[in-house]
Design a protein around this ligand. Structure first.
Ligand code: ATP
Ligand code: MG
Length: 192
């Protein structure tokens, strides 16, 4: 029998639910939140607020607290140069009801970063999603776009770090809490 007062399974036994992500700086998050609101006018659903927008690199799920140090060690060994992404297109996953922002020309470093992190996490015994990494930022949930998916103004995001985040699931969506941050290597070329 369901008990509405029971915590969601991921929070039972104090196993924090965690994932690695790229987290946008405020100006980028604000621009993407505006794109989410604009898309919501066409597709309905729940728009992600600027404070919640992120790009998931590797989803771990509920983890034993004593394994958090192993997550950090795995991420410590990731050496990838900083890069930029330009989000310039919206997509719609009908079955999931998700409208997402993506890049028509994703920087190859994004895949390199996701692969390097996943490889090290798997080597440390963490079980990850086996589907190939698809770079996307969820803008709307429970959306239903009829006809053409609306388009968005391009948003450029200079990427200098990635984060380990705790997700606390609630009735009105997840709340995210950063646990640790890793700087990407500085590139020699100035970021235009
Ligand atoms: P909610 O589950 O309440 O809708 P959420 O999906 O944002 O909120 P989580 O389920 O904790 O919160 O997920 C955190 C991040 O990891 C989100 O970006 C989510 O899309 C992604 N994610 C969740 N489950 C998986 C999975 N099995 N594989 C890959 N990414 C996942
Ligand atoms: Mg989820």
């Amino acid at each position: 029998m369901n008990d509405a007062s029971a915590p969601p399974p991921a929070e039972q036994g104090e196993m924090p639910r965690v994932f690695f992500a790229l987290w946008p700086p405020a100006a980028v998050a604000d621009a993407l939140a505006r794109a989410a609101k604009a898309a919501q006018r066409a597709c309905g659903g729940r728009a992600m607020g600027a404070e919640s927008l992120h790009l998931t690199l590797a989803f771990i799920g509920p983890v034993l607290p004593e394994r958090l140090a192993d997550l950090r060690s795995a991420a410590d060994g990731v050496e990838v140069p900083g890069f930029s992404l330009t989000f310039d297109r919206l997509g719609f996953w009908k079955r999931k009801g998700i409208v997402w922002a993506g890049c028509s020309e994703p920087a190859p470093e994004l895949g390199t970063l996701a692969d390097a992190l996943s490889r090290r996490l798997r080597a440390a015994g963490f079980v990850l999603e086996t589907r190939p990494f698809t770079a996307h930022m969820t803008l709307l949930r429970n959306a239903s776009c009829r006809g053409e998916v609306p388009q968005m103004d391009a948003v450029r995001w200079p990427m200098g770090e990635f984060v380990l985040v705790r997700s606390r699931l609630g009735a009105h969506g997840a709340r995210y809490e950063p646990l640790a941050i890793w700087r990407l290597e500085k590139t020699t070329a100035p970021d235009q």
